[in-house]
Write a protein that binds this ligand. Structure first.
Ligand SMILES: *Cc1c(COP(=O)(O)O)cnc(C)c1O
Length: 399
């Protein structure tokens, strides 16, 4: 590795293109993919020093890999984090961030509107290891205060939430969480680091599914954990990652590293398109209600704009009049937008949460989360917004 070209003083757009780049002696313009599991040492003495930790060098790709280091450093620079750790998927990032620091007898408090697999980890897995889990309505600050009036070790939240786009005040909850002795973990997938930087708002740890906007073209799974908490990294996450092995493939790290180069321009366009689509849906006679943080009608509209860089995100949720039948008819009539539970893709993707991502929830749980039979979630892509609006309009005629 010859030269580290990153600089902390660069602005975000520059960091995304150049941050973390380490050129090899071949001086390539596009970052190299180091598809290697191991590394060699010039002497047995050097190997001994490396294992003692006296000499910084790559030892094994379950521990670290140069392509992963470039991805981790570029994302960390953008996030304003001292440490970045890449993982094989978003879920391995969530599990590592929680399991590495929690032990039997500990307590986690989480917002209840969570991505389904995060809910599974916190509600079903962690209690098996003696970790108590309590859930609150993320937008009810009295509920947070009550839950945090007894000590907790971790607070976990997702904002905006999946699928109803509830927005939680990260700074406010972080303050309460710290007073209760907890570290704050934020799932920042929907907002992306372009719109929202939780560490600057008081959170301690940010987790990503890089599978979504960071890749942005539906090619690979990946995840990341970002933090400034040295104790968490050194005492908990680093040994946990090294010895349990949820490492990202170097090839996938390279895909994500290249994804970061275009993240800012893509997210800007996603949001612009989503705002137009949301405005169209809000006035449509077949729509009961359009949910988009950028709309004035959204219950946390002002907080959303203040916390998310003036944007409403790339996701729009809406309720179609006529329940499941009308929703299915609309989805099946779409000509451009694909039916898929993925999101953050260049291609617009739509899903019916009640029968797919949230199918295993009980009727009461669905109602509590606002997941009705007429609710659909749309991840607005990078197609021309007018084409998307025309497609939705002709499909809604089938509702
Ligand atoms: C997709 C997603 C995850 C899980 O990420 P994977 O990369 O699919 O493992 C976690 N949280 C949110 C909000 C997501 O959208």
């Amino acid at each position: 590795m010859s030269k580290d070209t990153s600089s902390k003083s660069w602005r975000p757009a520059t960091q995304l293109v150049r941050g973390g780049t380490q050129r090899s002696p071949f001086e390539e313009t596009s970052e190299a993919i180091f598809l290697t599991s191991g590394y060699v040492y010039p002497s047995a003495d050097e190997a001994e020093l490396a294992f003692k930790g006296d000499k910084q060098r790559y030892i094994y790709s379950r521990y670290a890999n140069p392509t992963l280091s470039m991805f981790e450093q570029r994302l960390a620079l953008l996030e304003g984090a001292a440490y970045g750790v890449a993982t094989a998927s978003g879920m391995s990032a969530v599990f590592a961030a929680l399991a590495s620091q929690l032990k039997a007898g500990d307590r986690i408090v989480a917002s209840k509107a969570l991505f389904g697999s995060c809910l599974y980890i916190i509600a079903d897995q962690l209690p098996k290891f003696g970790i108590e889990a309590d859930f609150v309505d993320g937008t009810d600050y009295d509920a947070w205060a009550k839950a945090l009036s007894t000590p907790a070790n971790v607070v976990f939240m997702e904002t905006p939430s999946n699928p109803c786009l509830e927005v939680i005040d990260i700074a406010k909850v972080s303050e309460m969480a710290h007073a209760a002795g907890a570290r704050v973990v934020v799932d920042n997938v929907f907002a992306t680091p372009i719109l929202q930087r939780p560490l600057a708002l008081g959170a301690d740890i940010v987790v990503y599914s890089a599978t979504k906007h960071i890749d942005g073209q539906g090619r690979t799974l990946g995840g990341a954990i970002l933090t400034n908490d040295q104790e968490f990294i050194e005492d908990h996450l680093t040994p946990w990652m090294r010895h349990t092995g949820p490492a990202l493939s170097p090839f996938n790290a390279w895909v994500l590293l290249k994804g970061l180069e275009t993240l800012a321009v893509r997210v800007k366009q996603h949001c612009e398109n989503a705002a137009k689509v949301a405005a169209f849906l809000e006035g449509h006679p077949k729509i009961e209600k359009a949910i988009y943080p950028g709309l004035k009608s959204h219950p946390q509209h002002n907080l959303a704009l203040a916390q998310m860089n003036g944007q409403g995100s790339s996701l729009v949720a809406f309720e179609i009049k006529g329940g499941k039948k009308a929703s299915f008819a609309t989805l099946n009539a779409l000509g451009i937008v694909d039916i898929s539970n993925n999101l953050g893709d260049a291609k617009s993707l739509i899903t019916h949460p009640a029968t797919t991502t949230h199918q295993r929830l009980s009727d009461e749980e669905k109602t509590a989360l606002g997941i009705t039979d007429g609710l659909v979630r749309l991840s607005v892509g990078l197609e021309d917004a007018e084409d998307l609006i025309e497609d939705l309009d002709q499909a809604l005629a089938a509702a």
